[in-house]
Design a protein around this ligand. Structure first.
Ligand code: S3P
Length: 435
C-alpha cells in the first residue's frame, strides 16, 4: 500500500474554530492509573491515537477490563494485585511514554512481563529509566545489558530512592514515581528543570498524597489509588500545528478551544508571544486538575528569537513546528539546549534540518539545536516523515505557505497522536468550524 500523501500548494487562509484531539500524555496516564487503581475509572476526551491504543492493549493483556466507546473509556480494575501474568508480549508500538512508564509500573508489580516496541522504540534509550529503577531493586533485563527493548521485567519488592535527574524527562520522573507508589519508604525525585507534571496532578486525583515544591517531588510508598473520572483536554502539542498555520498563512484567524494549558506545556505560547504573534489566550473558569482554555491566533509579522534553557522542556515536542515557524520570522532564530531531540521518535535535529532544507529554508543543525534565518519563501517537493508523527505534521503545515505541492512519505504515522489531522487541515483551509 502506498503510504504517502500529496498536498497541493493552495496558499489559502487558515480560518475557523477547532477542537484538537485529547492530550496524549494525559490519555496514557488515565489508562495506566485507572488500571493500577481499585474501582471504576471513567475517561472522557480520550485520544484514540495509535500510541494510547498501545497502552490500552498492554493493560488488557494484564487482565484489566477496559472498554472504549469513541473518546469515552471505562476501566474496571481490582488494583495491581489482581493483574494476571501476561502470556503474550506487551507491544508498546511507537510509544516511548508507554514503554518507560510501564517499566516503572511493572517493576513493583507481582507479574513477569516482556516489553517490545517498533523499530524506533528499539533505538530509544531505556537506561535512563532502568538505572534508577534498578537502584530501587527492580529486576529488568534487556538488549545491551538492559539499555534497549526487548525488555523483560520480573516484578519484585522495591525500596524508595532519592534521585537527582540527570536529564529533563517527565517519562523518567514518572517511571520512578510510579515505582515509588509500591516501594518501601519515601521516594524523592529532584529535577534540574521543570518537566510536564501530569503524573503528579493525576496521582493526586486518584487519591495519592504527593508533594512538589521547588522541583523536588516526594511520594510515600504503599499508597493505593482509587478510581476516578478524568477529563482529557485537547493536546496543546497538536494545537501547536494549527497555531503555527494560523500565524504564517495569509489572512488567517483560527481559534483552538478546550486546549490543555498546563504551564509545564505552554512554551509554544511563550515563543509565539516573543516572536510577536497576534494571539489571545483565555482560560476557562472551572479548572479541575488540569487548566483548560482557548487560544486564538491571527496571521502575524514575526521576528526571530533565541529559545533555550528551561523553556526547552516546556516545548520539546513542538520544536519541529517551531522550526517551520522560524523560517517565516524576520531575523535569526536560535534553538539551543535541545540535545534531547536526537533521541525522540527519530533524530529530530537532522530530520527537521534535512526536510526544511528541501523546501529552501535557511537552516543549519547544531549539536544541541538549530539556527534558522528568515523569512524565506518555501517551495515544495517530496518530504520524508521518517515515521515520526511530528515531522510528518510539520511537513503538512508547510504546505499552507509553500509555492509548490508537498508530498509526504510515510504519512500514516501521524495517527500516532492526531488520527484526524488531514481532515482538520482540509476543513481549516476551507474556512471551516469543527468542534
Ligand atoms: C512525555 C514526555 C516527553 C515528551 C513525550 C511525552 C510524557 O518525553 O517528549 O512526547 O508523556 O511524559 P521525555 O520525558 O523523554 O522528555
Amino acid at each position: 500500500m502506498k503510504d504517502s500523501i500529496k498536498l497541493s500548494a493552495n496558499q489559502l487562509p487558515i480560518q475557523g474554530t477547532l477542537r484538537v484531539p485529547g492530550d496524549k500524555s494525559i490519555s496514557h496516564r488515565s489508562i495506566m492509573f485507572g488500571a493500577m487503581a481499585q474501582g471504576r475509572t471513567t475517561v472522557s476526551g480520550f485520544l484514540l491515537g495509535d500510541d494510547c491504543l498501545s497502552t490500552i492493549s498492554c493493560f488488557q493483556k494484564l487482565g484489566v477490563d477496559i472498554q472504549v466507546n469513541d473518546t469515552n473509556v471505562i476501566i474496571n480494575s481490582d488494583g495491581m494485585d489482581k493483574w494476571i501474568e501476561p502470556i503474550e508480549i506487551l507491544d508498546t508500538g511507537n510509544s516511548g511514554t508507554t514503554t518507560r512508564l510501564m517499566l516503572g509500573i511493572l517493576a513493583g508489580s507481582d507479574v513477569h512481563a516482556v516489553l517490545v516496541g517498533d523499530e524506533s522504540i528499539a533505538k530509544r534509550p531505556m537506561k535512563r529509566v532502568i538505572e534508577p529503577l534498578r537502584q530501587m531493586g527492580a529486576q529488568i533485563s534487556g538488549r545491551s545489558g538492559g539499555q534497549f527493548t526487548p525488555l523483560a521485567i520480573q516484578g519484585t519488592a522495591l525500596t524508595a530512592i532519592d534521585y537527582t535527574m540527570p536529564v529533563a524527562s517527565a517519562q523518567v520522573k514518572s517511571a520512578i514515581l510510579l515505582a515509588g507508589l509500591r516501594a518501601q519508604g519515601v521516594t524523592t525525585v529532584r529535577e534540574m528543570e521543570v518537566t510536564r507534571d501530569h503524573t503528579e496532578r493525576m496521582l493526586s486525583k486518584f487519591g495519592a498524597v504527593i508533594s512538589s515544591e521547588n522541583r523536588v517531588i516526594k511520594l510515600q510508598g504503599g499508597q493505593q489509588l482509587t478510581g476516578t473520572h478524568v477529563e482529557v483536554p485537547g493536546d496543546i502539542s497538536s494545537a501547536a500545528f494549527f497555531l503555527v498555520a494560523g500565524a504564517i498563512a495569509k489572512e488567517s484567524r483560527i481559534r483552538l478551544e478546550h486546549v490543555g494549558l498546563n504551564p509545564t506545556r505552554t512554551g509554544i505560547l511563550d515563543v509565539l508571544n516573543l516572536m510577536g504573534a497576534k494571539m489571545e489566550v483565555e482560560m476557562n473558569d472551572s479548572i479541575d486538575d488540569e487548566p483548560i482554555g482557548s487560544v486564538t491566533i491571527n496571521s502575524s509579522v514575526l521576528k526571530g528569537i533565541e529559545i533555550g534553557g528551561d523553556l526547552i522542556p516546556r516545548l520539546i515536542d513542538e520544536i519541529p513546528i517551531i522550526a517551520l515557524l522560524a523560517t517565516q520570522a524576520h531575523g535569526t532564530t536560535v534553538i539551543k539546549d535541545a540535545e534531547e531531540l536526537k533521541v525522540k521518535e527519530t533524530d529530530r535535529i537532522s530530520a527537521v534540518v534535512d526536510e526544511l532544507k528541501k523546501l529552501g529554508a535557511d537552516i543549519e543543525g547544531t549539536n544541541d539545536g538549530m539556527i534558522i534565518r528568515g523569512p524565506v519563501t518555501l517551495s515544495g517537493g517530496q518530504l520524508q516523515s521518517y515515521g515520526d508523527h511530528r515531522i510528518g505534521m510539520m511537513a503538512a503545515i508547510a504546505s499552507v505557505i509553500a509555492t509548490q505541492p508537498i508530498e509526504i512519505e510515510q504519512a500514516s504515522c501521524i495517527s500516532v497522536s492526531y488520527p484526524n489531522f488531514f481532515e482538520h487541515l482540509h476543513i481549516m483551509s476551507s474556512s471551516g468550524t469543527l468542534r
